[in-house]
Design a protein around this ligand. Structure first.
Ligand code: ADP
Length: 463
C-alpha cells in the first residue's frame, strides 16, 4: 500500500496536519484554561480583601449580613462564604447546605500567617464539580473562606475539547484528502514521463517526452530523459553506420579475394601462380583486418567508449617525430618537407599513440596528394591555451563539393581513386581530435593545395 510515493506523501501530509492541529489545540486549550483560572483567582482575591476590610471596619454582624446577601445573589450552590474564628468556630457564613462534603477547616492552614492567603481547587465527589476556594487569615486570626463553583468554566472547557476534537478529525480528513490531491498532482509529471518512457520502444526511439507545466523538476527530468534518448539514438545510428559500412565497403575486398582465388583455381595454374595468389590474399586480408580495426577505433572514439590514456606530451616533439618518419617518403617524391617546431615546450594531456596516428594520417595525405616536386609545410604554434598543428601542402587540393564530406567514413574524393587509401584516414583523425576536445579545420583551393589545422585545447603550463 505504501509502495507509491503518492501514498507516502499522503500519509506524511496527514500526519503533519494531525500534529499541527493537536499542537494548536494544546496551546489554545492551555492558554484558555490558565486565563480562566487567573480570572477566577483575581476575583476571589479582590473579594477576600473587600470582605476582610468590611469585617475589620464594621464588625461581624455587618459582614454576616453582607455574606448572606452576596451568596443569595450569586446563587447558594454557586458560591459560599465563611468566617472561622482562630478556634475553628464558624462565626459567620452563607447557607452551606449545598456544600456538604467540603472540609471547611483544613488542619494544614493553621500555619497560615496574618494577611496571607492560599488558593485551592477542591473537588466535591458526589456533585462531580470543582470549587475554587480562597483562604485568608485576617489580622485578628480569623480565617475568611470564599468558594466559587467553577462548574461553568469546566463545562466550557469540556465543550471546547469536544469541539476541537471534532475539528481535528475534520482537519485530518481534509489534510489526507488535500495531501492525496497535492501528491497526485506533484507526481503526475513523473507518471507522464514514465508513461512516455514505457511507450518509447525500439521502433519509435525518435519520440520525445513533451514539456508539461508540472514544474521545473519534472521539466528537468523530461529533458534529461530526452537527452539520454538522443544519445542512445546517436549510438544506434553509429552502430547502424558501422554495420552498413561493413556490409558495403568490406564486400569489395572480399569479392576481390574471392575473384583471385577463383581465377587461380579455375585456370591452369602452377605452383608459382598459387604462391602469388596466396601472397595477394594475405595482403588483402591484412588490409581488411586493418580496416576493421580502424573502423572499430573510430566508432569507439566517436561514442566516447574508447579508453584514452592521458599523458602530458610535448606536441612539438610529437610532430617532429612524425616529420622524421615521413621525410623518406617526401624525399622519394622530391617533395620539400618543412617542419617548424617552436623551441618552447607546448604540452597537452593526450593519448600519444592515437594523436601520433591522427597527425600521421593528415601528413600522409598531404604527401600523397601533392605531386612530385611540391612542398609540404608543417608548423606547431601556440594560441593562448590552445596548441595548433598546421599541415599545408601545394598539392591537388580538394573539390569544394568534397570539402564537407572528406571526414565521412570511407569517403574518397574522385581524384583520389587512383591513389592508395581506404577513406578512413581523416575519419580516424577527426574522431580522435574531437575526443580530445579539439577540432580539425580545412582550407583548400583546387590545384593550389590544402591546409589542415589541428586545434588542441588545454595546454598544461610546465612548472
Ligand atoms: P584516403 O584514404 O582516400 O586518403 P582520407 O580519409 O584520408 O582517405 O581522406 C578522404 C579524402 O579527402 C581523400 O580521398 C581525398 O579526396 C581528400 N583529401 C584528404 N587530404 C587531402 C589533401 N591533403 N589534398 C587533397 N585531398 C585530400
Amino acid at each position: 500500500m505504501f509502495r507509491t510515493l503518492t501514498s507516502r506523501l499522503t500519509v506524511r501530509y496527514t500526519i503533519l496536519f494531525a500534529v499541527l492541529s493537536i499542537v494548536v489545540f494544546v496551546i489554545v486549550y492551555a492558554t484558555l484554561s490558565s486565563s480562566m483560572k487567573q480570572k477566577v483567582d483575581k476575583e476571589l482575591q479582590e473579594e477576600v480583601v473587600e470582605f476582610g476590610g468590611l469585617y475589620q471596619a464594621q464588625g461581624l454582624a455587618t459582614l454576616d449580613a453582607v455574606l448572606q446577601h452576596e451568596a443569595a445573589s450569586e446563587g447558594l450552590d454557586r458560591a459560599f462564604f465563611l468566617l472561622l474564628s482562630p478556634e475553628k468556630e464558624i462565626r459567620a457564613s452563607s447557607d452551606l447546605s449545598s456544600w456538604q462534603g467540603i472540609d471547611f477547616m483544613p488542619d494544614d492552614l493553621d500555619e497560615l500567617g496574618e494577611n496571607q492567603h492560599v488558593l485551592r481547587t477542591i473537588s466535591i465527589p458526589d456533585r462531580a464539580r470543582n470549587v475554587r476556594v480562597i483562604y485568608k487569615r485576617l489580622v485578628d486570626g480569623h480565617l475568611l473562606e470564599i468558594g466559587v463553583s467553577v462548574e461553568d468554566k469546566d463545562a466550557l472547557m469540556a465543550m471546547y475539547r469536544e469541539m476541537f476534537l471534532t475539528a481535528i478529525m475534520v482537519m485530518i480528513l481534509c489534510g489526507s484528502i488535500m495531501g492525496r490531491f497535492t501528491a497526485r498532482r506533484a507526481m503526475s509529471g513523473v507518471e507522464r514521463v514514465t508513461q512516455a518512457a514505457v511507450s518509447i520502444g525500439k521502433d519509435n526511439i525518435n519520440q520525445r517526452v513533451l514539456p508539461g507545466n508540472e514544474g521545473a523538476e519534472i521539466d528537468g527530468l523530461a529533458t534529461a530523459f530526452n537527452d539520454m534518448l538522443a544519445r542512445i539514438q546517436n549510438l544506434l545510428a553509429e552502430l547502424q553506420d558501422v554495420t552498413n559500412n561493413i556490409a558495403h565497403d568490406l564486400r569489395s575486398p572480399i569479392t576481390r579475394i574471392r575473384g583471385i582465388a577463383e581465377t587461380t583455381a579455375t585456370g591452369e595454374a602452377g605452383i608459382e601462380e598459387y604462391r602469388e595468389m596466396a601472397g595477394i590474399i594475405v595482403e588483402e586480408c591484412d588490409r581488411l583486418v586493418e580496416m576493421i580495426n580502424t573502423m572499430l577505433e573510430i566508432a569507439t572514439a566517436d561514442s566516447g567508449l574508447a579508453k584514452f590514456s592521458h599523458e602530458p606530451v610535448n606536441v612539438g616533439e610529437l610532430v617532429a617525430q612524425s616529420c622524421d618518419l615521413f621525410s623518406p617518403l617526401a624525399e622519394e617524391k622530391s617533395i620539400v618537407l618543412e617542419c617548424k617546431i617552436p623551441p618552447e615546450s607546448i604540452k597537452i594531456e593526450t593519448d600519444i599513440a592515437r594523436l601520433q596516428r591522427a597527425v600521421a594520417n593528415i601528413l600522409d595525405n598531404a604527401i600523397k596528394y601533392t605531386p612530385d616536386g611540391g612542398t609540404v609545410s608543417v608548423k606547431v604554434e601556440r594560441d593562448g591555451q590552445t596548441a595548433m598543428i598546421l599541415i599545408a601542402d601545394s598539392g591537388i587540393g580538394i573539390v569544394p563539393s568534397d570539402l564537407p564530406r572528406i571526414f565521412e567514413r570511407f569517403y574518397r574524393g574522385d581524384h583520389s581513386r587512383s591513389s592508395s587509401g581506404n577513406g578512413l584516414g581523416l575519419s580516424y583523425a577527426d574522431a580522435v581530435i574531437r575526443a580530445h576536445g579539439g577540432k580539425i579545420l580545412v582550407e583548400s583551393l583546387q590545384t593550389k593545395g590544402s591546409s589542415f589545422t589541428v586545434v588542441l585545447p588545454g595546454i598544461i603550463e610546465s612548472s
